[in-house]
Write a protein that binds this ligand. Structure first.
Ligand SMILES: *[C@@H]1O[C@H](CO)[C@@H](O)[C@H](O)[C@H]1NC(C)=O
Ligand SMILES: *[C@@H]1O[C@H](CO)[C@@H](O)[C@H](O)[C@H]1NC(C)=O
Length: 365
């Protein structure tokens, strides 16, 4: 396993600064055109935005172990990761079911950008319940931890976000909504009629629900975000295509069709609540037999997107990639030679050299 030495990091920083200056003279023509510009001209106009990124921090749970495990990339290789903390969890929940699945690192937005991060996740320890009970009378809360340095995670809380008619709250994630100036938090739930308070009968299909928050302590009343009735939808994951441009309206969203057990992508060039289209039509998919899509932009090639897909019946996450990520076709399996096996639904966050070194120093082996 390679380790990035400070001198190598300095060289990277210097190199990217040079690229930044070159790229600064190339004016982006706005959000909608940005992606096309890249493809048409082959110019990395976003290099100035990604220039000081030096690696990736991954947070996952492992099959039988519902805790938060950290993995750090080997330098700026988006496909090469090693376990931190000698493979032991970095966070173990003490509340609720005492198990957390689907941990996701949420980067701060607005005044918290670059200063605050949250980890949120599903309150579910499947070893202590059954899949049936977990969906009828499962937790209606989400786990939350927060940090100002991505190392010291404090303030564990379990916050109820869903109505009493909901059977569960699964795979919460959040994204800063620049139009609203708050975090858009979303999760999957199914619902029972008010005449069935013990949730013994037939539920609704599974929908994506959402609420807004500024602090991950208080949340607005939940509302429906995506309902493809009668199809069940879970595991929603947004990717801002220009994360450092607060005016960008271009987003991808990956999700799992829990009825057909497939993952597909939708595209919006008009914001989070704009018009979403599914490229290739209603039956177009990226992959079957997978769940928990976790997308991240490549630090070195801004037109490349990585997508982790959880082969839940097999060996967990496998990386896929595309340079045309707003399409359901064209995704290819990446080199898995240095990608750990049996990682389950989580997330990957690009980080700069300062953060990379601090995390390595704290949790590295
Ligand atoms: C790296 O990111 C951290 C957290 O946002 C920030 O405090 C720090 O200034 C950044 N360092 C560099 C060299 O950009
Ligand atoms: C961790 O964060 C908490 C809350 O901000 C703070 O009180 C504590 O001193 C921090 N610990 C370390 C080791 O930085």
């Amino acid at each position: 396993m390679t380790q990035v030495r400070p001198r190598t990091l300095l060289a990277f920083v210097a190199l990217f600064f040079t690229w930044s200056c070159l790229a600064a003279s190339i004016k982006s023509r706005g959000s909608a055109g940005l992606f096309l510009d890249l493809a048409d001209l082959g110019i990395d106009v976003t290099k100035r935005q990604t220039g000081n990124l030096a690696g990736y921090l991954g947070a996952f749970f492992l099959g039988a172990d519902p805790y938060v495990y950290f993995y750090l990339s080997n330098g700026n290789d988006a496909l090469s990761f090693r376990a931190l903390n000698k493979g032991q969890p970095v966070i173990r929940p003490t509340k609720g079911t005492t198990g957390v699945r689907d941990p996701t690192i949420v980067p701060g937005g607005g005044s918290e950008a670059g200063k605050k991060w949250y980890i949120i996740g599903t309150d579910l320890h499947i070893g202590r319940t059954t899949w049936d009970a977990a969906q009828r009378t499962g937790s209606r809360g989400i786990f939350v931890w927060e940090s100002t340095d991505l190392i010291n995670w404090t303030g564990e809380r379990l916050v109820t976000v869903e109505d009493a008619t909901a059977g569960m709250v699964w795979a919460p994630e959040a994204i800063w909504d620049p139009a609203k100036g708050q975090y858009l938090v979303h999760w999957a739930s199914k619902f029972y009629p008010t005449s069935d308070p013990h949730h013994t009968g037939n539920p609704s299909n599974i929908k994506m629900r959402y609420a807004y928050t500024s602090d991950f302590k208080t949340f607005s009343p939940p509302q429906t975000l995506i309902d493809k009735n009668p199809t069940n939808i879970i595991d929603l994951n947004y990717l801002p295509l220009a994360p450092n441009n607060p005016n960008s309206q271009s987003f991808l969203r990956f999700m799992k069709d829990e009825t057909r057990k497939t993952v597909f992508v939708e595209v919006s060039n008009s914001g989070l609540f704009g018009t979403w289209t599914r490229p290739g039509g209603d039956s177009a998919v990226i992959q079957s037999g997978v769940e928990g899509p976790a997308s991240y932009l490549d630090n070195l090639n801004p037109s490349k997107v990585h997508l982790l897909l959880d082969f839940y019946g097999s060996d967990g996450y496998r990386p896929f990639e595309s340079t045309n990520p707003g399409s359901n076709s064209g995704w290819v399996g990446s080199d898995r030679g240095n990608f750990p096996k049996n990682l389950r639904h989580g997330s990957v966050l690009p980080i700069n050299g300062t953060v990379y070194e601090a995390i390595r120093a704290r949790w590295g082996v």
